[in-house]
Design a protein around this ligand. Structure first.
Ligand code: PNS
Length: 164
């Protein structure tokens, strides 16, 4: 049985992430979406919120599970008994960072391999940062995130505006 981890910040989850999750779930037996719990990154959504949001958009995928993790990704992979890490590649600009990360992970955990899925061209421009930027100015985000995510994002933006 092939178990894989698809790690990320998912702050918030986008159509690009969901596309990778759906495709990866077809090539492995069990896919764990690992949500990074790292407050140093100052995410907009708490790790608990990101887990709930991901659970909601992946509820149609029976072999997908959502978990949060802190520390090293390879340690989390070992804990989960996963031998594969999945990452999405949007464009050549992603490549250098992804290559460095996969080579580092391979150096510290030679039994865990990283596989890359190229992002669907429809979503090649898309990132969580873009979603937050557009949402902050109340722009339309329905082309970027699943419909169920929109109330979460709007609510969070309202809280942010109130704070400042
Ligand atoms: O969605 P992101 O922010 O591009 O995901 C980055 C992530 C979570 C995959 C990466 O930051 C990570 O693996 N963090 C855990 C710490 C770690 O293992 N670092 C060593 C790899 S170089």
């Amino acid at each position: 049985m092939t178990k894989a981890i698809y790690p990320g910040s998912f702050d918030p989850v986008t159509f690009g992430h969901l596309d990778i999750i759906e495709r990866a779930s077809k090539v492995v037996d069990h896919l764990i979406v690992g949500v990074l719990n790292n407050s140093a990154k100052h995410p907009l959504f708490s790790v608990e919120e990101r887990v709930v949001m991901l659970q909601e958009v992946t509820s149609h995928l029976p072999n997908v599970e959502i978990q949060s993790f802190g520390g090293l990704l390879v340690d989390f992979a070992k804990q989960c008994d996963a031998s594969v890490i999945v990452r999405g590649l949007r464009a050549i600009t992603d490549f250098e960072y992804e290559l460095q990360m996969s080579q580092t992970n391979r150096k510290i955990a030679p039994d865990i391999d990283t596989i890359f899925l190229t992002t669907n061209l429809k979503y090649a421009y898309l990132s969580s940062s873009i979603v937050k930027e557009v949402a902050m100015y109340d722009g339309a985000i329905d082309e970027f995130v699943p419909a169920a995510m929109i109330p979460y994002i709007r609510e969070k933006m309202k809280e942010k505006v109130k704070k400042y």
